[in-house]
Design a binder for this molecule. Sequence first.
Ligand code: ZN
Length: 378
Amino acid sequence: MHLAEAIEELRLVDHHVHSVLPGQLGGAEFEQLCTESDSPAPLGTSQLDSQLGFAIRRWCGPALGAEPGLPAAQYLRHRNSGPAAATLLRAAGCDRLLVDTGFAAPGSASLADLGELSGAAVSEVIRLETVAEQVALTGPAAADFAARFADELWRRSASAAALKSIIAYRGGLDFDPARPAPQQVTMAAGRWLGEVASTGNARLTDPVLLRQLLWAGIDRGLPLQLHTGFGDPDQRLHRSDPALTSDFLALTRDSGTPVVLLHCYPYQRQAGYLAQAYPHVYFDVGLALHYTGARAAAIVAEALELAPFGKLLYSSDAYGLPELVYLGARLWRLAMTETLGGWVAAGQWTEADAIRVAAMIGRENAERLYQLPPDRRS
Ligand SMILES: [Zn+2]
C-alpha cells in the first residue's frame, strides 16, 4: 500500500477533543465558534475569512455532499439541512475520542451521545481545576482541602484516560515548579475558600493551589495533559510557551507520570525539543492544524524536526463545531501525506518508514501512552 492510501485509511485516536453541538447553528454562533477571540468580528469583517473558514468550506462541504468552496451562508444552510454532526464525526475516521469534559459549549452532546454520533469509543479526560472548584463549593475546612481534593480526583478519574491542567490560563507556565509545602497549601486554601464562601465564585487563580493540583495530578499517575501555546485571550501567549515548564519537567521526569503538552503552537519546535530531552514528555499540534488550514503541513513538519516519532500524538482539539473534529483529521492526513511524502520523494525516507511513523502518530503512540483497551470499529 502506498503512503497516501495508508494515511487515508488509518483509523485515528483523537487524544484531546471537546464535545460538540449536535444540532443546527445560527450564523453568528457558527462564526464565533471559528475563532479563539472572545470578541465578535469587527464590523465589515468575518471570522470565516481566515484559514479556518476557508478550510471548513473547502473540506466540510464535500464531506456533507456539497460542492467544495460554497460561500459561507450557503454552506451553513447546507450543513443545517441534514445530520451534519454524525456525518462529520464519522467521516473523521476515529476509533476513539479522549474527551476533555471540563469545558464544553453549552448544549454540547453528552459523552454517551458523542459516542453514538461518532461511532467511536469515548474516554474521559478530567480537568484538575474543575474538580478543585467543585470541591471548594462544598465548603471544606482549609486544612482538609488537599486531602478532599485528592480523594475527589481519584474518585472522578477512576475510569478516566488522562488528567488535564489549564494552569497556563490561570497564571501562566512560568510557575514555581516545586511541590508546595502543606502549611502553604492550608494557608492558601483558607484565603481562597473564604472568598468562595463570600462571593460564590470558585474560579481558582491562587498560584500555590494551582501547583498543589498539578502535583496531585503527578501523584495520581495518569498522563497529565497541559494546555500550552495559543488559546483564547484569557491567557497571555508569551506565558504559555511550553519551554517555561522545563524546571517542572526536570522535577517530574522520574515520577512515572507522562506529561503531554497540548497544541503548542507557535512553540511546536520548543515542544519537539522537550519531547526529545525528557523521557516522560509527549505533545501534539492539535488545534493549530484547523486554525492554520492550508499551512498545516508547515506546522507538522516543524513538529517532526526534533521530536522522537514515538512522542508525537494526533488530536483535533475540536470544540463546539463537529466540523472541527472532521477538519482536524482531514488536515492531519493531508499534512502528513505532504510532509512525509515529500521526504520519501526526496529519497530521505523509505515509504515503509513513512507509513509506520504515520500509524505511530495517528494512533499507536496514544494507545500505548493511555493504555487504551482494544477499540471497537464503527
Ligand atoms: Zn482542549
